[in-house]
Design a protein around this ligand. Structure first.
Ligand code: HEC
Length: 159
């Protein structure tokens, strides 16, 4: 512990000294310590072309789709009718896109993250951002549990 404290102190002292160094070296220092340039975020078009690798942002990293589970799909349909149809119709655009054919443009992980974490998806996910630009409405977080979102996903498989 003692040595850690000493190292910390040394760092503070060095940082203090260099901060007060001033003079002609200043410009050079700024350049040296500038953070590396961030990778350019993907555009909507780039991300859409790469949709099979896009998992979105949120709690879901892996979804296994097995045989269709009709019971789960029915539960998902009930949830969808109750919590989603204010803005979505199953087969045509409403405030948001229709989920028909969604597995030809989105991964299961992306879909579940969109359901569970729509605010962050609209801000930070390249496809989410693109959809927000298009539909001009932020999807509301309906507070589904992961199980509920998984059931809705199963329902989408039947459309
Ligand atoms: C307040 C309206 C609203 C509600 C309620 C809503 N959504 Fe959305 N949803 C949208 C909008 C608008 C978009 C397009 C993305 C955006 O603008 O944020 C969207 C996008 C989506 C997408 C992406 C579709 C695609 O083609 O990429 C999915 C999946 C989705 N919603 C599922 C749901 C589910 C499931 C529910 C219910 C739990 C739900 N939404 C509730 C408005 C809503």
């Amino acid at each position: 512990m003692k040595s850690k404290g000493a190292i910390f102190l040394a760092i503070v002292v060095v940082a203090f000294m260099s901060a007060c160094g001033g003079g002609s070296g200043d410009k050079e220092k700024k350049g040296k310590f500038a953070p590396p340039p961030k990778a350019k975020p993907m555009t909507y078009e780039e991300a859409q072309a790469d949709w099979k690798n896009q998992k979105g942002r949120g709690p879901i990293t892996k979804v296994e789709l097995g045989e269709l589970d009709a019971e789960m799909a029915k539960k998902g349909e009930d949830i969808y009718v109750l919590k989603c149809t204010a803005c979505h119709a199953p087969d045509k655009e409403k405030l948001g896109p229709a989920p028909t054919g969604i597995f030809e443009r989105r991964t299961p992980e992306w879909i579940m993250n969109m359901i569970l974490n729509p605010e962050e998806m609209a801000m930070k996910d390249p496809i989410g951002r693109g959809l927000l630009m298009k539909y001009n409405t932020v999807m509301a977080n309906q507070g589904l549990t992961e199980d509920d979102a998984r059931a809705v996903l199963e329902y989408f498989r039947t459309l």
